[in-house]
Design a binder for this molecule. Structure first.
Ligand SMILES: [Zn+2]
Ligand SMILES: [Zn+2]
Length: 197
């Protein structure tokens, strides 16, 4: 069957910087490496601290999106772990020994907690912070967090949910969604409030 999810792409042909490809290839040679990542601008998340204001740095979150799964022997990248594993069983590790021969590849992203938006590069994050909508959202975020400082920030519980979604699958909405994270009380009588007798 012609399922595109079953086809791999050679690592060297991924649309990522040559320097990143080189770094990933070095990681593939490390038998203890099971997950590696790259940034579109070949920078590190900590580099963002010096690039933006302290207020904007406070809103910055590190996240990653899954890029694929690399066969350590032939350096072909598959979108899913199962496809990579099937390839190894059929070709590269037909005689077994695949063990830890898959390396997961992730792309680093710079998230804005106030806007729930993602940037692929530090320059992109900086440009985002200069926008009017970000300034308004950042001010509202600061007010909300000052008012609710005794409660854990709502963004903390949502951060991990966005971690494993492909970047191109995300809608580019900048509306700060505010889902109700608290358990809903049933309407009507609540037996929990009856006094104990
Ligand atoms: Zn292979
Ligand atoms: Zn923002």
């Amino acid at each position: 069957m012609l399922d595109p999810a079953n086809f791999g792409t050679p690592l060297a042909m991924l649309q990522i910087p040559a320097k990143s490809i080189q770094r990933v290839q070095e990681k593939l040679a490390d038998p203890d490496c099971a997950v590696t990542y790259y940034a579109q601008d070949c920078r590190h998340f900590s580099d963002l601290r010096k690039a933006v204001s302290a207020d904007d740095w406070a809103l910055a979150r590190r996240s990653t999106v899954d890029v694929g799964y690399i066969c350590r022997r032939c350096n072909i990248v598959y979108p899913g772990r199962a496809a990579c594993s099937a390839h190894q069983d059929a070709q590269c590790y037909r005689d077994g020994g695949a063990g830890n021969a898959i390396v997961k590849l992730e792309q680093l992203q710079y998230d804005c907690a106030a806007c729930r938006s993602k940037a692929s590069t530090i320059a992109e994050f900086k440009a985002h912070c200069a926008g009017d909508s970000h300034r308004k959202a950042a001010a509202a975020w600061a007010r909300a967090h000052a008012a609710a400082s005794s409660q854990p920030p709502a963004t903390a519980t949502h951060r991990s949910e966005t971690t494993h979604v492909a970047a191109n699958a995300l809608p580019t909405t900048s509306a700060p969604a505010n889902p109700d994270t608290r358990p809903r009380q049933p309407s009507g009588d609540d037996p929990a409030v009856d006094p104990v007798v």
